[in-house]
Design a protein. Sequence first.
Length: 392
Amino acid sequence: MATKFFSCDGRATRRTFARLFLGLLTACSFLPSLHAQRVVASIQGTVRDSTGAVIPGAMIIAINADTNLRRTVISNESGLFSIPELPPGKYRAEVSLPGFQTRVVDNIELVVGQEFVLNTTLQVGGLAEQVTVASEIPLVDTSTAQVSGLVAERQVRDLPLNGRSFDNLISLNPVMVNSSAIKQNTSSSVGPGNYFSVGGRRPGENIFLWNGVEYPGGTNAISSTPGGVSGQLLGIEAVREFNIVPNMDAAEFGHRAGGQITIATQSGTNAFHGSAYEFLRNSALDARNFFDRQVRPTDPRIPPFRRNQFGVSAGGPIQKNKTFVFGNYEGFRQQWYLTKVAIVPDAQARKGLLPDANGVYQPVPDLNPAVLPFMALWPEPNGPSLGGGAAY
């Protein structure tokens, strides 16, 4: 069961939101800008005229639809251009040159690590004349890393996840296998997160990059898999998309022989947006497990289970078209009881009586009566008697 609602906006909300993140912005302003390969995207291509001849000196402007970020470049003598370091998102590209019609390409969706190819043909005409076309998804994608697996924004946001650990979406790709179930059979040095085998490599050989910065496991063990004490990697509301490259055969990759998982986070935009959410699971909605023993037909013996995941996310402009902020908080509360067979004191032992060699119950010699109340710390037996102890 899940509940999610949108929080309204307003001037007071904006002021409160700005104050909330003022300290964070102040701290972040002293940090250097970090860009790693394959985290951002780029647009590149060639500008030609109607005869196929290359056009040098053309102006190409890439505009982000959400933040109005603008990047401008000029095509070189070979008609080539490249706009690097573009955050993932939706873009509009404008190509112009005096004596030619301006060509506009809308709805360019850039994803993590993509090198979008935009080859443009300009027609003779006035600069004020404009030809607008919509970007189309190619039948064969040659603009992202070879044999990569992109988990896009819509998949991260809409696909249901038990535990809301977004790294479970890694298994959507065919060369990735979730191997978390075998952790209990390995050494105690493994980390608390989920484990994945990428392209047949060991889970410890993967590398996770969070906005270009290596994101190791949250433990002092030798572990490359991130994860919290809950065993889940929370914060799915803050994740925009991520890309998995299974083969480290390009110059921009390295450090580990397994897969490279590049994660891009959400960011603020010119439109203020936010949400509050709670995801609930409990035993009142569960059926009895096969191993949950029934003492009476009216007693299903379902172990108590309570899980609440809740939080809030918000993003918006501090200064329109210039400065943006986004924040997310997610809480995790869980009570989980599992059925387990154990030996506990039976009714006679709780009175200080134990069987002798003939199976006759006798008082324990020199028994201190003050010990007997502590017998209540053990659960009452509900299985067969084993002579002084009973199965629970």
